[in-house]
Unconditional design. Structure first.
Lengths: 143, 191
């Protein structure tokens, strides 16, 4: 038994580090050959890994959206007032905002349903949230 | 490996764009990196990668603009795996309350100290793994020297000098060692 209780564990950690360094330096053709041997078709692995990434950021987007909604709901609860909006006008303004901002459109799609477009419910909810934030408070959209 | 965040970090969109542009070779590297770090700690490689994506996307781990995204994620995976290791090493264990306790049926408080018995057992298992790795290269003294040297953090030039191999022969031997271990321990290092 060694005097340092973590000595062998650290040795394995260093070995893993050295293997990682090797793999990061491997030319593409060699890494693809290894991937094929270890996991099968590299294109299939790519699809699986990409799906893992998209799923992760979609979940992260939903977590953030839920946090924003909760924060707004908390403010609403504390202030206790009800905002009345002209829904048709607000909807028109909302669609205009998205049409003029490709970045925003992409983010909302991402946060919605795994890359699908926003549902009616999502849109209504977003309009209510924006109304809460005062985005439509220019005198024309409030009843 | 260490990343110094001296350059301003990339944005969330830049990160997502870079990931979407990764090639099959890049994904292969990342999967193998996660596999190496997952190996010792009974963590799933996909879980490590997913956590690395999540931290980078959420901004809790910043991606410096001067660092390649694959290297950045490899370092993130390493750091997450080390975090899991720390957690495992300091997991709460229950210790007996003093026999002199006056309170019957009291609950033992958790102790954050590592369980000595468990630590010894872990270390014995790791020692067995190390022996099993070296045994894969019985009769190949050069491979054993390189393998031991890499476990002891010796650098490539030191090992080349020690073994008398030129650069190409050394790289080739390192690959042979890594691939033989990959094939012998595809699901982790177990004794």
């Amino acid at each position: 038994m060694t005097k340092d209780p973590n000595k062998n564990r650290e040795a394995l950690d260093r070995l893993a580090d050295s293997f990682v360094d090797d793999v990061l330096r491997l030319p593409d053709d060699e890494i693809l050959a290894e991937v094929k041997e270890d996991y099968g078709d590299p294109d299939e692995l790519t699809k699986i890994m990409r799906a893992l990434f998209e799923r992760t950021i979609s979940e992260e987007g939903k977590v953030r959206l839920a946090a924003v909604k909760k924060a707004i709901a908390d403010v609403h609860k504390r202030s206790g007032h009800i905002i009345h909006i002209d829904r048709a006008a607000a909807r028109q303004r909302y669609e205009g905002m998205i049409a003029n901002d490709q970045d925003l459109s992409a983010k909302l799609t991402l946060a919605a349903r795994d890359g699908e477009k926003q549902s009616e419910r999502d849109i209504e909810s977003a309009i209510e949230d924006l109304a809460e934030l005062g985005v439509f408070d220019d005198g024309n959209d409030k009843k | 490996m260490s990343i110094k965040e001296t350059v301003s970090p990339r944005t969330q969109d830049e990160f997502a764009d870079s990931i979407r542009r990764l090639t099959a070779a890049d994904w292969g590297r990342l999967r193998k990196v996660a596999g190496y770090y997952a190996r010792s700690w009974s963590i799933e490689p996909d879980d490590l990668l997913q956590e690395a994506f999540r931290r980078a996307f959420a901004g809790s781990r910043k991606w410096p603009a001067n660092v390649d995204v694959v290297k950045f994620l490899a370092e993130a995976v390493r750091s997450i795996a080390n975090g899991e290791k720390e957690k495992a090493g300091t997991r709460p264990v229950f210790v007996p309350i003093s026999n002199f306790s006056e309170v019957e049926n009291s609950v033992d408080p958790p102790d954050s100290r590592p369980n000595v018995e468990q630590s010894l057992q872990d270390e014995q298992e790791v020692a067995k793994i190390k022996t099993a790795l070296l045994a894969l290269f019985q009769g190949d003294e050069i491979a054993q020297i390189i393998l031991e040297g890499r476990m002891e953090n010796m650098q490539g030039d030191e090992l080349r000098e020690l073994t008398g191999l030129d650069s190409t022969a050394y790289e080739s031997k390192c690959k042979l060692i890594r691939r033989r271990i990959d094939k012998k321990f595809p699901d982790g290092w177990k004794p």
